[in-house]
Design a protein around this ligand. Structure first.
Ligand code: NAD
Length: 359
C-alpha cells in the first residue's frame, strides 16, 4: 500500500516532512515537524532497522505527532518533531549523525533534538558537535533524560494508584516492568525504594540478571509478563505492545509506563477502558524527558527531578480525573484535550483523497 504523503500530512496537520539522504555516509531518513505553533518542535532521533521506507516514514509521522500532544499537555511552549534514521549494514554512523546535526542546525532552532532508541550519548556527541539545537551529553547538557522520564512515570503510577485504590502509595503494590533498560531500571529502583514488589521482563539476559541482583527485581520470562497478576503493568520497552493478543491475557488493574505509542491502535485504549483497566496515556506519563530538555533549551535552567515528577503527576491526575468523570478512555481524553489546547477540531479538515500515482 502506498503512502499518500501530502494527504497524510493534511489529515494530521503536519507542517513539514524532510526526506534525508547523504551519499557520503549512506544516511537515509526522515525528519517530521508536526506543529510549531506553540514553539519550536522537540523530538529525539530514532535509529532502527526499518523494514522499508514506508515503515520509517510512518514511524516518523506517528512519533512527531505524539510529541506535539506531549508538549501541549505538559504546558510547554513547544511542539512535536522526530527524526528517524534507517539503520542498515554499512551505514557510517559518525558521518550520518554529523550530517543529521548539520540538517538540524540549518533549521535554525525550529527543531531541537535528543536521544531516542538507537541514539545514546555517543551519537548525541556527534550531533551536538554540529548543532546548537541538540541535547549535549554530559555536564554541558540538561542531565540524564532517562532519569527524568522515570521520575515522571513513577509520579504517573502514583496518580493511577490514587484513582484506582484511593491511595497513591506504592508500598506493597505489585508492578511488572517490561524492559529494564535506562528508564525501566530506574523506575524499578524507585518502586522498590517505595516498598513495591517488582517483577521484571528483559530480553537482554545479562542485563536482567544484573538489575535483578542489584535491585531485587523478580525476573519473569520475557513474553510471560502480560499474564502476571499485578496492580500495575509498566511497559518500558517498545511501542505497539498492547494489541488483540496481548490484551487478552493482561492481568493488571493499571497500565502505566514509559514506552511511546504503547497501544497498537487507538481502539485498544477503548478495550482497556471497557475491561476496567486504567491506562495512563503515554503522551502524558512519559513527558519527563521533554520537560527537562525544553526547560533547559528554552529557559536555560535545569529542572529538578522532584519538580518534573510533580508536574507529570499533576497532569496525569487531571487527565485520569476527566476520563473518570466522562467515563471515557484516558487515551481519548488526552488526545481531545491536546486538540482543544491547540484550538483544532477533531474531524480534520483539508484533506482530499490523493489519487494513486500513475504506474
Ligand atoms: P532502552 O533501550 O534503554 O531500554 C529498553 C529495554 O527494553 C532494553 O533493555 C531492551 O533489551 C528491553 N526490551 C526490548 N524489547 C523487549 C521485550 N519485548 N521484552 C522485554 N524487554 C525488552 O530504552 P529506554 O530509554 O529505557 O526507553 C524505554 C521506552 O521508553 C522506549 O519505548 C522509549 O521510546 C520510551 N521513552 C524513553 C524516554 C527516555 O528518556 N529514555 C523518554 C520517553 C519515552
Amino acid at each position: 500500500m502506498a503512502v499518500h504523503i501530502l494527504d497524510a500530512m493534511a489529515r494530521e496537520g503536519f507542517e513539514q516532512v524532510l526526506a534525508l539522504h547523504d551519499r557520503a555516509s549512506g544516511l537515509r531518513g526522515f525528519l517530521g515537524l508536526h506543529d510549531t505553533r506553540q514553539g519550536p518542535a522537540f523530538g529525539g532521533i530514532r535509529r532502527l532497522a526499518y523494514r522499508d521506507e514506508k515503515a520509517a516514514l510512518l514511524d516518523c509521522l506517528r512519533l512527531s505527532k505524539a510529541m506535539t500532544e506531549k508538549c501541549v499537555l505538559a504546558d510547554l511552549p513547544a511542539g512535536g518533531g522526530k527524526l528517524v534514521i534507517m539503520d542498515r549494514e554499512g551505514l557510517d554512523l559518525e558521518r550520518a549523525y554529523r550530517h543529521v546535526g548539520r540538517v538540524v542546525e540549518q533549521l535554525g532552532g525550529r527543531f531541537y533534538t535528543g536521544p531516542d532508541m538507537g541514539t545514546g550519548q555517543r551519537e548525541l556527541g556527534w550531533v551536538a558537535a554540529e548543532t546548537r539545537y541538540a541535547t549535549q551529553p554530559g555536564d554541558a547538557g540538561p542531565g540524564l533524560l532517562a532519569e527524568s522520564t522515570a521520575a515522571g512515570v513513577f509520579a504517573g503510577i502514583r496518580a493511577a494508584l490514587g484513582q484506582v485504590f484511593g491511595s497513591p502509595r506504592v508500598a506493597e503494590r505489585t508492578v511488572v516492568v517490561q524492559g529494564l533498560g535506562q528508564v525501566g531500571e530506574r523506575l524499578a529502583a524507585l518502586l522498590i525504594e517505595g516498598g513495591a514488589h517488582v517483577f521484571g521482563a528483559e530480553v537482554d539476559s545479562e542485563r536482567a540478571q544484573r538489575v535483578s541482583a542489584e535491585l531485587g527485581v523478580e525476573l519473569v520470562p520475557p513474553g510471560s509478563e502480560f499474564r502476571v497478576p499485578c496492580d500495575v503493568f509498566a511497559p518500558c520497552a517498545q511501542g505497539g505492545i498492547l494489541h488483540d493478543l496481548s490484551l487478552e491475557g493482561l492481568a493488571s488493574r493499571i497500565v502505566a509506563g514509559a514506552a511511546n505509542n504503547v497501544l497498537a491502535r487507538g481502539i485498544d485504549g477503548d478495550r482497556l477502558h471497557e475491561r476496567g483497566i486504567l491506562y495512563v496515556p503515554d503522551v502524558v506519563i512519559c513527558s519527563g524527558a521533554v520537560i527537562r530538555g525544553a526547560i533547559f533549551h528554552l529557559e536555560g535552567r535545569r529542572e529538578s527531578l522532584e519538580r518534573i515528577g510533580e508536574r507529570v503527576g499533576r497532569t496525569c491526575e487531571r487527565i485520569l480525573q476527566r476520563a473518570a468523570e466522562e467515563d471515557e478512555s484516558p487515551a481519548r481524553v488526552a488526545t481531545r484535550e491536546a486538540l482543544e489546547r491547540l484550538g483544532d477540531s477533531l474531524d480534520a479538515p483539508d484533506s482530499e483523497p490523493t489519487p494513486a500515482a500513475p504506474r
